[in-house]
Design a protein around this ligand. Sequence first.
Ligand code: TYD
Length: 220
Amino acid sequence: MKRAGLLITLEGIDGTGKSTQVRLLTNWLRRQGYEVLATREPGGTRVGEQIRGILLSSSNHGLIPLAELALMYAARAQHLEEVVRPALARGKIVVSDRFNDASFAYQGYGRRLGEGPVRVLDELICGPTQPNLTIVLDAPPRLAFKRAACRASGVRSRRFETAGLPFHRRVRKGYLEVARRAPRRVKVVRADGPVNEVQEEIRAVVSEFLAETERRIRQA
Ligand code: TYD
């Protein structure tokens, strides 16, 4: 088994096919000989999944943006302690379906809280445990929104997926801003093509990142 201790996060507006891509990436990394832990936010722990229920339930339309942000970070604190940090310490690659950039994009930009409150909580709760590589799946909000709304009309309508097109446009802007500020860590991959083509591009980005990481370790 190759040891790594790296945190890779996948992000993007709702409806970009992110969860499928996370699954394919995880399987591929395992075939490359890495020990991989796949997880997701909000959730990933027993307490976190309960918080996720509160956050996604459409009956909680009265949840104010700051409470939403605090709940995201409450779930994240639990996730970091129980799942992410122990796995990193054991040399695994942690692949998380969303992580802290989602709070910048959704709560900071989408809900218009700005980055101040997000940064305060992030320093407190994530501190130095930041993603080593983040892939933002990018698709035109109209397309992604249509896919997500389709899905949401099923079992239960979910708060974020029914939040409206202008909201998702702001979220996308948030992600692109995150990528603009941290171009080494955050890579934008277009997600409006076929699943296997998107996956090919994700693998290319991850391969390049792993090769670069190994080079750096050898030089140190
Ligand atoms: P996700 O699990 O990606 O949804 P799905 O089950 O449809 O794949 O995420 C659930 C929602 O939570 C998503 O609409 C984005 C939102 N979210 C935030 O608003 N802030 C955050 O920090 C995180 C992690 C997620």
